[in-house]
Design a protein around this ligand. Sequence first.
Ligand code: CA
Length: 279
Amino acid sequence: EFSSVMVRALKMDTSQPSFLADLQYVARTDVGMRRANNQDSHAVLLAEDEQGWLERGHVFMVADGMGAHAAGELASKIAVDNVPHLYRHYRDLSPPDALRRAVVEGNSEIHRRGLANADFRAMGTTASIMVLLPQGVYVGHVGDSRVYRLRGERLDQLTFDHSLQWELRSLGRLSEDSDLARSIPKNVITRSLGPNADVVVDIEGPFPLAIGDTFLLCSDGLTGQVEDDEIGSLLAHLSPQEAAETLVDLANLRGGPDNITVVIAKAAGPGLLANGQIQ
Ligand code: CA
């Protein structure tokens, strides 16, 4: 009896292609402790076959909506319902070009729907979308949601925050501990999808993969409450599932003033790496 169960378990493992078997991922979203609605949205779109894996990879996305409550929810939902599929759809374009095009089209769709209905006018959302491919990782990004990579014990933020705080700091106009820096609310963002007909999209990458690399996409409901060094330790020492739950719990323990969304993807084995790239 025991051995037949073992055999079945082994067969189940080998029946999955390595680009799926070697991926660990988890997504968690939580309304937090103070808000009545969750305006965050997220998506995970895995490659379905070898060709899809080689050409488009796995897709992960977080979007954080803003506007009167129904508008914020709608904007982030339109973003995650459209951008990953548009990225897959533009097969003639390279992954980074397809990513940029998909985010631009997502912006147009949210903007159009905002103009069409007074209740949704000027609705907006952040958009952070990551594609994991054999040749590495690309990120398309607008707003102040974040993408991090943990490698070993080191955590790097792969995205720029399009917030007033960060933009002024990068221009050298603001020092971190000045009175002015403290007076600017952290949630004022300088770019988002939806409010304007055009949007400037950051494309980052490719970041070549190494076995063990763990990526975190998250909304500011997490990063407003949990520091980078805490995020790094939790990602380094817990499984993706445990880390996701602990990060959400920690943000809530500290007051949970905002919606919290975390998507974690880990390259747990060599099946996600291009041939010859194994490190
Ligand atoms: Ca938020």
